[in-house]
Design a protein around this ligand. Sequence first.
Ligand code: ADP
Ligand code: MG
Length: 372
Amino acid sequence: MADKTVPGVIRKLDEVVVNRIAAGEVIQRPANALKEMIENSLDAKSTSIQVTVKQGGLKLLQIQDTGTGIRKEDMEIVCERFTTSKLKQFEDLNSIATYGFRGEALASISHVAHVTITTKTADSKCAFRGKYVDSKLKEPLKPCAGNQGTQISVEDLFYNIPTRRKALKSPAEEHAKIAEVVSRYAIHNSRVGFTLKKQGEGVADVRTPPNSSTVDNIRTIYGASVARELLEIDHQDDKLSFWVKGHVSNANYSAKKSTFLLFINRKYSTITLYRLVDSSALKKALEGVYQAYLPKNTHPFIYLSLEIAPQNVDVNVHPTKHEVHFLHEDAIIEAIVRAVETKLLGANSSRTYFTQVMGSSYLIPPEHTSRR
Ligand code: ADP
Ligand code: MG
């Protein structure tokens, strides 16, 4: 037994261990790693993104894109922490610091998996392949054949964190999470073609062609029953400086499970990109709007893309928290709710009527009046 009067000796943990623990906190499951890699492929202006998965991404998680590729000279440091082609100066950090990843995604992944990158830029004669462990190149780059773009293979995720691996759900559930991430990015980036396949299988789980529309992709992924009942949202608010666009289902559509897709802008020095996030406050508020229209215990389909002033994104959001917060949140949510409600109202004016309650007008669909 330890002597109660003698303090323990404080030692600095091995750097490899520290990095692994930190990485395991950021990358909690295959779908988190994939989200980062999809964003990198989109950042690199890919027109097509193919994801191949084995055992729910635990054995293999591979992404192949048609983007700019990575310069051979950069391959040495690409998996190191804080190496990025997207920020140039300290001031840039402010605008994206809130999303956590500042050249850290590939580094994090390489601390908890075996990473292989094969990449070719337009002006290179051949592709190059590098294998990475703990953010370092394991052996010299190998020239190889390849098309322009980048392929990243993540193998044996969490091979060095058995507890994290054990805590994960079944491969089938991890695969479902991956399919959800691919589907959502496909809807938000309809110009880019997406494919998700299990390795060795001919039929894709998700497939969207390049240059399609948002509604086309909603139809392909979520079905015609929702795609034909969509209302377009496009509302700009100068006072609160935000702009919300998207598609939400009308009162003819209801589902047992709610679908809520929310993207928020992320600004780099020269580009604005969108990140998939959660906002339970916005979700709850919008579901509340639909309560008056939909049968009990059924839910709408909501896809929204929200652009807010970068300085309004809450600086306390940590990358592991997918939940997003922003300044003037209540007011912005209220304005979004009003925009959606107005659309619903317009679309349902034939089947609804107004009633005056204490000076303010409430919309009550006839089929629900008995519930009030
Ligand atoms: P960040 O995206 O914040 O810069 P990452 O760790 O995700 O950090 O990526 C590090 C760098 O690697 C990126 O800045 C980019 O230059 C390069 N990179 C990663 N993935 C790709 C890709 N698919 N195509 C081109 N470049 C990539
Ligand atoms: Mg990234």
